[in-house]
Design a protein around this ligand. Structure first.
Ligand code: NAD
Length: 279
């Protein structure tokens, strides 16, 4: 029977520690969030980030730009925030309208304020194992493994998914911790041949209940990054069929309440780090 890794509780502990650190070190962290257009889901994500900032004592500033904003205007705002001494971290909420070049926007955010870890400079730093801002979801996964004292070194870690924000940074983080890393994706043939070898299996695919008992190794650690809303019941489930694999594995993260809450906690961690780097 598996131990459930309670991301919600770990995230709460992280937020409390950050709150204490902000007071003790007299930090003045400030997060500037840029949102372009009217994406409804983004509004909810931004509201949750705002709430977490309030709890910790991070000043929160929102820049709501209209749908028809030009690239010049967007880059102008980013540059202004780059040069604003009071701003510790800048976050561009995606998606942004299609006429805007998101890659160029991420490149323009100063690496020192890039609390999402999307600037290519910070991605490069992660590659060579230098301290940097790491994308919040993969960073949260590593933190969960650390909190549960799950050994990574020498283990076979299989990552399913290779997106720039989850899969790819995970590969590098696990490698930096001396795991033997196997990367799988939509073009991988005979996926279970790889997943069955995993001491640590991390799924970031976006397909409900995709991972079944016969795809996992006995005693494996299962980290489920997936967030999927079921069409019929509207329930949120992960990529892993939780009930099916539960008896076979040693650790498992639930959805909701697993990796999800860790993402915001690690964003808060990055904002506080940015404020510390400045002070
Ligand atoms: P994405 O769509 O960019 O990437 C999905 C990846 O899955 C791709 O690399 C693709 O190659 C791979 N894939 C698709 N079908 C596959 C298959 N049949 N076999 C193996 N691999 C397959 O998605 P993403 O942004 O990386 O997000 C992945 C999931 O994680 C989504 O459910 C998303 O909602 C969730 N997510 C959660 C958090 C969080 O905070 N917990 C954060 C980001 C993303």
């Amino acid at each position: 029977m598996a131990k459930i890794i309670k991301g919600k509780e770990i995230a709460k502990k992280i937020r409390q520690e950050l709150k204490q650190e902000v007071v003790e070190k007299n930090l003045k962290p400030k997060l500037s969030v840029i949102m372009v257009g009217n994406d409804e889901a983004s509004k909810i994500y931004v509201r949750n980030k705002n709430r977490a900032c309030e709890e910790i004592g991070i000043e929160f500033e929102e820049h709501l730009l209209p749908e028809e904003t030009s690239m010049e205007e967007l880059l102008g705002l980013i540059e202004k925030l780059n040069n604003d001494e009071t701003v510790s971290g800048i976050l561009l909420q995606s998606p942004i309208p299609r006429h805007l070049n998101i890659k160029k926007a991420f490149e323009t955010i100063s690496p020192k304020k890039d609390v999402d870890g999307f600037n290519p400079v910070n991605i490069g730093r992660l590659e060579i194992g230098e301290p940097t801002f790491v994308s919040c979801t993969p960073f949260g996964v590593l933190k969960m493994l650390k909190e549960e004292k799950i050994e990574i070194e020498g283990k076979t870690a299989v990552v399913i998914g290779r997106s720039n924000i989850v899969g790819k940074p995970l590969i590098q983080l696990l490698l930096n911790k001396n795991a033997t890393v196997v990367v799988t994706h939509s073009k991988t043939k005979n996926l279970e041949q790889y997943t069955k070898q995993a001491d640590i299996l991390i799924s970031a695919v976006g397909k409900p209940k995709f991972i079944k008992k016969d795809m996992v190794k006995e005693g494996a650690v299962i980290i489920d990054v997936g967030i999927n809303r079921l069409q019929d019941t509207k329930k949120i489930v992960g990529d892993v069929d939780f009930e099916d694999v539960f008896e076979k594995v040693s650790y498992i993260t639930p959805v909701p309440g697993g990796v999800g809450p860790m993402t915001i906690a690690m964003l808060m961690h990055n904002v506080v780090t940015a404020a510390k780097n400045k002070s």
